[in-house]
Design a protein around this ligand. Structure first.
Ligand code: COA
Length: 264
């Protein structure tokens, strides 16, 4: 499917939910409330995000807050569909829209961040922080509402992801669990990393400071990156050093985590 083809994605998601409800009737009520009874992807997305974020009643109408943010900013739902299609493309563990939409905490955390970011930009700072705090408590994913995140992002497993206030993640980046995009504690203002498009950040990678990881680069699992990483290269180790250049332009697409497969 063309990732920008929004209506095809929504139709596929709905059909999968109907089929799943027939096959697994015990999930019928969940599938109905989260997908089947809705007339658009935006409404279904609002339902799943509100449901996944607010498990206890705290006197906050989160459903309304999410719906209003999505009404003001159409790119939230557009990017959310693009992210979903990206997961279907990239994740070898799934082959459908329904699973990530209902169950992937990386997906829920990312889309709730998109809502929190809109609220932050619109001056609803405390509501934005409420969402950040709930996502952090529930999923162990702590993304500052001011962080700028592009589309086509795949956050696999997600647990332990930390993204600081001035971090930038461009389009089509893939991120495994335990990644930190943090500050060194020595800088003020712009103090977090920029991850250029199509990078792959291995599990447990820690990237610190106002540095740029160049387009299409790969950071090895468990690395501590303290300096800029050139485009289309591999950095790994503690502290990370240059391990080679990459023959393919989009390592985040292939999700190939074996260096020998593409080092030149
Ligand atoms: C701040 C920090 C990056 C180092 O700052 P520093 O003390 O000024 O050290 P420098 O950057 O000058 O580095 C000194 C040496 O130690 C190495 N080094 C620094 N931090 C390192 C780390 N975390 N692991 C391994 N080596 C490290 C550097 O490569 C450098 O080695 P070299 O002299 O052979 O080139 C480090 O102390 C750190 O990791 N702080 C915690 C930051 C953090 O957790 N942020 C997350 C916020 S969410």
């Amino acid at each position: 499917m063309e990732k920008n083809d929004y209506s095809i994605g929504w139709e596929a998601l709905r059909k999968e939910a109907v089929r799943a409800a027939e096959k697994e009737p015990l999930l019928g009520s969940l599938l109905k409330q989260m997908v089947i009874e809705h007339s658009s992807f935006e409404l279904a997305l609002t339902a799943i995000l509100a449901n996944r974020c607010l498990f206890v009643h705290e006197g906050i109408n989160l459903h309304q807050a999410i719906a209003e943010a999505m009404e003001r900013d159409k790119s939230i739902a557009q990017n959310a569909m693009y992210d979903l299609a990206t997961i279907v493309d990239k994740d070898p563990a799934t082959g459908n829209f329904l699973e990530p939409f209902l169950f992937y905490k990386g997906y829920h955390s990312l889309e709730l961040h998109r809502v929190a970011h809109r609220l932050w930009l619109d001056g609803q700072r405390y509501l934005a922080c409420y969402i950040q705090s709930r996502v952090s408590q529930l999923y162990g994913v702590d993304i500052h509402p001011a962080a700028q995140i592009g589309k086509g992002i795949f956050i696999d497993h997600a647990t332990g992801l930390v993204v600081g206030e001035t971090a930038v993640i461009e389009d089509n980046v893939s991120i495994l669990h335990g990644v930190t995009l943090g500050g060194t504690g020595k800088e003020t203002g712009r103090r977090h990393p920029t991850i250029k498009r199509s990078c792959l950040l291995g599990a447990g990678a820690t990237v610190l400071g106002n540095i740029v990881v160049g387009e299409g680069s790969v950071i090895g699992a468990g690395s501590v990156v303290l300096h800029a990483v050139p485009p289309h290269s591999i950095a790994a180790g503690v502290p990370a050093t240059h391990k080679g250049n990459i023959a393919i332009s989009e390592p985040a697409d292939s999700m190939d985590q074996i260096f020998d497969d593409y080092v030149i």
